[in-house]
Ligand binder design. Structure first.
Ligand SMILES: [Zn+2]
Length: 162
């Protein structure tokens, strides 16, 4: 079997400037495990995972919410558009125009793709929930109620920190 080249380690999130645009707070790190090599069909692949605990802004209360982000990386590399089209569908296609892979950019891209589009506190942990629990919402609170708040609660349950 062909030898694969493995990259493992951690990168501080504050070094990933493009990822920072999506986060609030720059603490934490992403744990990387990526393996580079060819599969049995000779396709260059990048396989592994990125795991990070990040803070994003809760879209209900606008305070930071901690999220565990886990990205499965399963990339097939093509050096031409035609090669990309021929890749088996199990791979996420990556067009690579130069022999040198920009690993840094790849990690940023994959991590950004793995972030939720919007983040919410899990139900019961959002400070907006707490306000509603304290008493009757007055008129201004009602106006502020987002029509998607029910969705937000459901979404929040998926975002529990592991
Ligand atoms: Zn919140």
């Amino acid at each position: 079997m062909e030898q694969r080249f493995v990259v493992e380690g951690q990168i501080a999130l504050n070094k990933l400037s493009r990822v920072q645009d999506y986060l609030c707070g720059d603490s934490g790190a992403v744990t990387i495990h990526l393996s580079f090599g060819k599969d049995l069909q000779g396709i260059q692949t990048i396989i592994g995972s990125l795991d990070a605990k990040v803070f994003m802004q809760c879209q209900r209360c606008l305070k930071p919410v901690a999220l565990a982000v886990s990205v499965v990386v399963n990339i097939g590399v093509g050096y031409k558009e035609s090669a990309l089209k021929a890749l088996p569908t199990e791979y996420d296609p990556l067009l690579q125009e130069t022999p040198e892979l920009d690993l840094w950019m790849l990690i940023e891209d994959e991590l950004i793709l793995g972030l939720p589009i919007v983040a919410y506190h899990p139900s019961g942990e959002c400070s907006i929930d707490a306000q509603y629990q304290r008493g009757d919402a007055d008129a201004s609170d009602k106006q502020a109620t987002n029509p998607f708040s029910v969705l937000a609660v459901m979404k929040g349950e998926d975002d529990q920190i592991s």
